[in-house]
Design a protein around this ligand. Structure first.
Ligand code: G3I
Length: 460
């Protein structure tokens, strides 16, 4: 069957297929039990080992991952080799890099003004350490997810010190273990009508526009190995609103660079819609402009909203698959796009299906299908479309050399393993093919030695 043919498989056919991991004999206990569980249902879509998203990404020099809810991860079962939890096993088999969907936000970490609660964040880091996954930190400075006490306590006299102390404490706690930090999230908002495009967030109002410079500088001091990311939404389309916003993000990144602020990547969140206007040449040009500044672009939160797609699951899957194919076709052709994360892995845990996400509910009451696995944790045609898009990723010729001022630290690309014996993660049996040198990110296939730093300094 052709790649296109695969992408057009309907959900009905998928309904007869089961998740199955390939090569179970070579897997540790927890993976073997998962494979055996699924064996009596046929035909199967093989999603494990060499068939996984992470393996296909690695084969193209890309890093694939997902956002997770640490409370749902069976950390204890994994440690004892007993887990049969399907969510945990999906995360384990599909992703090389993880981000906590909420557990590292202010609202999660700061129950009171003078206390930190790291229980969920630490659980997340333990899971990542056990399984050898890289970790993205999300986020250190945002206008949302601030704790209820914040508005009563923060003022112009103490906000700078509060932001700095928070970053030093959080980024310092996980120093050396984070691949990349979303240092500042969603700071641009054209609707606020400022010349510099900055959002009138509490941070801007209390500290002034240089709160961004402060946040990046302090994070660099607290965790010198982490890549530092400015993360933004609503900049993917060529609509007038998003074109303006994209321009203002570029202005901001140029400002940070001109002031010598340590920043390594722009996160393009990529919360896309299955209907309506789609990303086009404007975003590609933006990615290329970012490359000229010596920065990478990470796709940090991809999902596809199916709220308005008429019809049933088949129609949703067809529409969503097309968005993945078209979007990743454009973005992964850019050599400075080495990292792709989905915002969740299954429809069961997607924020788009959360009970409090009222604006996102479908008229027919059925769940949205924004991700490669559905609300029953089964692979959908989107899984195959995403995997085919990874396979099709062809890095273009590398742009001009990265300026010395943003010389990378290759150590930040190494897997983060805390002390203690890590669990073996099945090394995918990827078909032999040359791993392309993707600009900024020569990620090794797991288990292979980390390559020495390139003298031209490519390791974002
Ligand atoms: O923590 C409470 C919990 O105690 C309570 O039981 C529950 C009942 O509804 O609410 C919980 O908090 C919710 C939290 O998600 C965890 O479920 C918050 O009300 C809710 O606002 C929060 O939503 C998150 C949202 O960010 C705001 O922080 C979403 O899960 C999360 O997917 C979303 O993620 C954002 C990224 O951080 C930035 N980019 C956009 C993306 C999607 O909006």
């Amino acid at each position: 069957m052709t790649q296109n043919g695969k992408q057009q498989l309907t959900r009905r056919r998928f309904g007869q297929m089961a998740v199955s991991l390939g090569g179970s004999a070579a897997l540790p206990g927890w993976s073997r039990s998962f494979a055996l569980q699924a064996q009596d249902v046929a035909p199967k879509v093989l999603v494990g080992g060499a068939n996984s998203l992470r393996a296909h990404a690695e084969a193209r020099g890309l890093l694939y991952g997902v956002a997770v809810d640490p409370a749902l991860l069976d950390v204890e079962g994994l440690a004892s080799g007993e887990t049969k939890d399907r969510y945990t096993l999906l995360v384990l088999t599909q992703a090389d890099i993880l981000v906590a969907e909420n557990a590292m936000k202010w609202a999660s970490l700061r129950p009171t003004a003078d206390k930190f609660d790291f229980s969920l964040a630490d659980r997340f880091m333990t899971f990542a350490g056990q399984t050898g996954k890289r970790v993205r930190g999300h986020n250190l400075c945002w206008h949302e997810a601030l704790p209820p006490w914040f508005k009563d306590v923060a003022n112009k006299d103490n906000a700078r010190q509060m932001l700095e102390a928070h970053i030093r404490t959080v980024a310092g706690r996980y120093r050396g273990q984070i691949h990349s930090w979303d240092v500042v999230n969603e700071a641009v908002n054209p609707a606020d009508d400022r010349l510099d495009g900055l959002r009138k967030s509490p941070w801007l109002e209390l500290i002034g526009p240089d709160y961004l410079e402060l946040a990046f500088k302090v994070t660099a001091e607290a965790d010198p190995q982490a890549k530092l990311v400015y993360n933004e939404f609503g900049i993917e389309l060529d609509t007038p609103e998003q074109t303006v916003k994209r321009g203002q993000v570029l202005l901001l990144v140029r400002r940070l660079k001109a002031r010598g602020i340590p920043i390594h990547a722009v996160g393009v969140q990529s919360h896309l819609q299955a209907d309506g206007p789609q990303p086009g040449p404007g975003l590609v040009k933006f990615v290329q402009e970012i490359a000229r500044l010596g920065l990478a672009v990470y796709i940090t939160e991809m999902d596809v909203n199916t709220r308005n797609v008429p019809g049933g699951p088949d129609e949703q899957d067809t529409a969503v698959s097309k968005v993945y194919t078209d979007y990743l076709g454009q973005m992964l052709a850019q050599p400075n796009v080495p990292v792709l994360l989905n915002w969740g892995i299954t429809g069961a845990t997607s924020w788009l299906n959360a009970t409090n996400a009222t604006g996102n509910q479908r008229k027919d009451g059925s769940p949205q299908r924004p991700l490669p696995f559905d609300d029953k944790l089964k692979p959908t045609p989107v899984f195959l479309a995403l995997r085919a898009a990874l396979d099709a990723a062809q890095p273009a010729a590398a742009p001009a050399a990265v300026p010395a001022s943003v010389a990378p630290n290759p150590a930040a690309d190494q897997p983060t393993l805390p002390p203690g014996p890590p669990l073996a993660v099945p090394t995918p049996n990827v078909p032999p093919q040359p791993t392309p040198q993707r600009l900024y990110e020569p990620f090794p296939v797991q288990g292979s030695p980390i390559p020495p730093p390139s003298p031209s300094g490519a390791a974002y």
